[in-house]
Design a binder for this molecule. Structure first.
Ligand code: UT7
Length: 381
């Protein structure tokens, strides 16, 4: 059975930064309160022309560059997002088209902030089954579009951004060692974006009632998160046959510094073992774990051979953890420049649209001819 190694990683955040002081101009709050209760100082907010696919493409191309893998070599793309571009089509398909991943299957996975762990596990399982060799997993968010900037409970928390991993099959032991996934739908109402789905399709009333905004019972989500983070970490470690003594890093979902601190206390680990960057990005939901991972690698923290636990929780309720032996990029045979595939992808996409348009004209003409032919037959026969 092949092993699923994480061989590429990339992140991208939009440039504009919103500080706590900026938010204090919108709602009754202040920098001291936000920093004290959450650890957040600032977050990045997508510009009008930036969407989960645009941010996701940037992160994906960087991950492919690290893995030295051409987009055309990808077999599978999974995008996970709490703020997908559309209900359908999947954001993964938009990314597939923009990076020119010509032979990849693509779908979205929704498990809110636990999504990146779920999606990475699905990609790893597909690789371990032998059915695919190369997968791309992307967590991408523009949650700022669904935030009520008059609600101080939620508007202080979230930020936009994207992160991506490339997973590849290898005979060498290591890579994804274990994963656990959990859910409890009885807590579905604690963190939700009710509007725009089939229960509350967009109407004047749903908009008036603010159903298209994130709604959250912060205290309950906090209680739930502190209960599950440490426990899920231990479960995943146990499955991998390891203990907390064997791991170098825990990379948790970046929601709130105090939640991470509680998990550290539960696991009897110093905070130095945890990768934390919630102060600069806020909660980027599905993107928070890969963004923290990329920063930890680029900052020289995570090294080849390190054992790491990813752990997260989110709406659903969902939670999960994954234990990984970090391998880094597989030795390249030749250098690939995934950015160059972009132009080719744009051209290919344009040609396919043009071809579809021309085919449509012919198809309509043939149909009209057949229809008038059978009408003539009916009249004469
Ligand atoms: O990916 C998962 C996403 N969600 C989460 O991770 C959320 C988890 N929950 C949290 O992080 C915390 O519950 C919050 C940061 C949202 C809130 O912190 P808290 O310590 O649970 O505060 P609280 O809701 O208990 O509110 C305490 C006080 C209240 O005032 P009173 O009733 O004690 O007078 C609030 O009205 O703080 C007030 N408050 C604020 N004050 C200044 C609530 N939000 C704010 C604010 N600025 N932004």
């Amino acid at each position: 059975m092949p092993f699923a190694h994480i061989t590429g990683w990339g992140m991208h955040v939009p440039e504009p930064v919103l500080t706590n002081d900026d938010i204090a101009k919108l709602v009754e709050t202040n920098d001291e309160w936000i920093r004290g209760r959450t650890g957040i100082r600032e977050r990045h907010i997508a510009r009008e022309n930036e969407f989960p696919s645009t941010l996701g493409v940037e992160a994906a191309l960087k991950a492919l560059q690290v893995a030295n893998l051409a987009p055309t070599e990808l077999d599978l793309i999974i995008c996970t997002s709490s703020s997908p571009e559309y209900i359908f089509p999947a954001t993964a398909c938009l990314i597939q088209d923009q990076i020119g991943a010509t032979k990849a299957g693509a779908f979205d996975l929704l498990a809110a902030c636990s999504g990146f762990i779920y999606a990475t596990n699905m990609a790893a399982q597909a690789i371990r089954s032998g059915s695919i060799k190369n997968a791309l997993v992307i967590g991408s968010e523009t949650l700022s579009r669904f935030i009520n900037w008059k609600d101080r409970n939620t508007c202080i928390l979230f930020g936009d951004g994207a992160g991506a991993f490339v997973l590849q099959a290898s005979d060498k032991p290591g890579g994804v060692l274990s994963a656990v996934m959990h859910s409890d739908g009885s807590g579905a109402d604690l963190l939700t974006l009710p509007g725009g789905g089939s229960r509350y399709p967009a109407t004047e009333t749903t908009i008036h009632e603010g159903k298209h905004y994130v709604s959250m019972d912060g205290k309950e989500v906090f209680r739930f998160a502190t209960r599950v983070m440490g426990h899920a970490t231990q479960e995943s470690l146990q499955l991998a046959g390891l203990t907390t003594n064997d791991i170098q890093w825990i990379i948790p979902h970046q929601a709130n510094y105090r939640i991470i601190e509680t998990a550290a206390k539960y696991l009897k680990l110093p905070m130095e073992k945890f990768v934390v960057n919630v102060d600069r990005y806020g909660n980027t939901s599905t993107a928070s774990i890969p963004i923290a991972t990329v920063e930890a690698i680029e900052g020289g923290k995570v090294k080849s051979g390190d054992k790491i636990v990813f752990v997260g929780f989110g709406a659903g309720l969902t939670w999960g953890a994954m234990t990984v032996e970090w391998t880094g990029p597989i030795e390249p045979k030749k250098t690939i420049y995934p950015q160059q595939y972009r132009l080719f992808a744009r051209l290919r996409s344009w040609l396919r649209r043009a071809l579809r348009f021309i085919e449509g004209i012919f198809f309509r003409r043939v149909c009209t001819q057949r229809l008038s032919g059978s009408e003539r037959q009916k009249r004469t026969g």
